[in-house]
Write a protein that binds this ligand. Sequence first.
Ligand SMILES: [Zn+2]
Length: 316
Amino acid sequence: MTLTIGIDIGGTSVRAGVVTADGTVIDTARAETPRSAAALERCLDRVVQELRVEHDVRAVGLAVAGFLDPSRQVVAFAPHLPWREAKVPSEMAARIGLPVVMEHDANSAAWAEFVHGAARQAHVTCVVALGTGIGAGLLIDGALYRGAFGVAPELGHLQVVPDGRPCECGKAGCWERYCSGTALVETAIDLMGGSGSRGVQLARELADDPGSLTGRKVAAAAEAGDPVAQEAVGELARWLGVGLAMVCDVFDPDLIVLSGGVGASSRLFLDDAREHYARQLTGGKYRRKARIRATELGERAGMLGAAALARDAVSR
Ligand SMILES: [Zn+2]
C-alpha cells in the first residue's frame, strides 16, 4: 500500500494527512502557520517527520495558496505566506529525503474532487471555492488547466460590477467582493445599515464585537431565520449565478463543484443560485447546462489533492 502525505499550507494553519490510494486519511497533523520562511520550513519538516514515525510514506505533496512558476518548482509570491521566489519543493526534498511536489491549493482541491470526490467522471469541471475570497480550479478532459504562465483560472477577480467594491488586487467590483465569506459579511453590514433593528441575531453579534462577524456566522444566522442574514445570502446567490454564467459562457463545463467555507453552506443558496445562473447564461433556453454540485470532500480537498498528485509523481 503506497502512502503519501498531503499538506495544505494556508495563511493561518498547516494541515497534513497521511492518505491511501483510495483517498482515506489514516493520520493527521496540524500546526499554526509560522510567520518566517525558515520557521515555516522547519514546521513542514517536523510535521512530515512526525507522520513518518508511524507510516511508511513514499512522497509528499504541498498545496500552496500562492503564485507558482509554470513548472511548479518556485513559489513566486504568496499574499499570506512568507515565501518570495522560494524553491520550496526541491529544498524540502533535499532536507527530508522524499520526493516533494507542489501545486496551487485550488488546483489541488480540484484534482481531489476529480480523483476522489464530486467531479469523478466529469469531462470539463470548474471547482469554485468560496472562502475568504474565491479560489478556482479547472479540469479539462482529466487534466488540470493552468494556463500558459501557471496562473489560470483567476476567476475571483473577474469584474462583475464596474466601479464596485474595491478589491485587494487593485481593481474594483471583482466577483469575490460580492460572492465569498468576506462579501457575505460586507453585504450583511450594508443591509443592517439601511434597515434599523432588523437582523436581531447579527445586530447582537456586531454589538458584541464589530470585527467578529464571519461568513460562517452570517450563514448560521440565515439558517436560524435572521432576515438580514437571509437577504445577504440571497445577494450572494444572485452574484454566484451571475459569475457562474460567465464561467460557463467561457468554458462550457459539464460540472461546477462548489467548495470552501461558504460552499459548505451551499444548501442555503444553491437552488437560488441555479435559477440566477440559468437566467444569466447566454442562450440558456437552448443549451445543455452544467450541473452545479457541492463538494464531497469539504475542507480536506486541498490536502487530498496534494497527496494524490504526490502519488502520481512517484508511480509514473
Ligand atoms: Zn480583485
